[in-house]
Design a protein around this ligand. Sequence first.
Ligand SMILES: [Zn+2]
Length: 361
Amino acid sequence: MTNAIGNVPRAMTGRVVTSLHKAFFLRLPKVELHCHLLGAVRRETFEALSVKHRAPFSREDVAGFYRREGKPTGVLRVLRALESQVLLEPDDFRRITYEYLEDAARESVRHAEFFWNPTATLRDVGLSYAEVQASILRGMGDAATDFGIRSLLIPAIDREASAAEANEMVRLVIASRDDAVAGIGIDYRETDRPPELFGEAFRMAKAAGLRTTAHAGEFGTPWINVATVIDELQVDRVDHGYTVIDNSELVRRCVEKGVVFTIVPTNSYYMRTLDPERWAIEHPIRRMVELGLKVHPNTDDPTLHHVSPAGTWELMYSHFGYVARDLRTMMLNGIDGSWVDEDRKRSWRTQWTAEFDAMAV
Ligand SMILES: [Zn+2]
């Protein structure tokens, strides 16, 4: 996958993407802060693991999972199929971790912080948290050795499950504590599952010294969810967060605090609900940048969204109209929002800015 961009409406900016631009988006140094391990599974790996575990999916079914329409339905049903019927042994998780990081490293992602939801795997498949985490960490270690990519794992709460299951997940993360597991997140269907339901899990995580992030304001869900994750859950950054723009006082506080929003240009909800002719013009990402919020573009579910890391940066230029100085700011926002130590952030800011300026077109 190289500078992959899926089925998105045509650009209205009039910006021409040359081969020099493509090379720039491919090579610019990147962190990736918002990618779900199960949303990054290669299609051929999905097929191979389906055969291995005799999952009830034909090749046509798998092709359907990976089809991306102009007005896409969400990807949650695909993630559920993977959880319950395809990823059945710890080594399956090592494989998909290694492959995700190989694909990311190829597009100059130098550091990836990625999500994995343990709850359904433990409950429905019966694997143990410790053995799956160990397999994922093995994949991360092998990828670091083979491709030079650093990474941190973020176990994420399945918000469709109960608060008790979220608390249990956090207890397991603490019991299997490892430096490569930096913090927790929360995702899956946000509608009717507001963040305050999971306050106790976030308090336990913070008390144990874990970092935190949360999906909020993803499905057109109201700004109050963004306010809740910032004020009550006290997260270190926000995933999506688009509806923050509906409350100017909240925006002001986020700008003041320098909250980093990991945004996703290929987010299914806005591609489905906005007029294709106006999609990239009316997208809340534009308003977030205008208001001075710190955004950083990410793939989210790269193989399912048909987008690669370089592709997200290309979209920011071709469809959203951002030029090199804007993209440099976004690159630095990503470093600010990452969970590596301050010394490393300082050296990345200096080195990556120099590299960026030397190659920018
Ligand atoms: Zn996400």
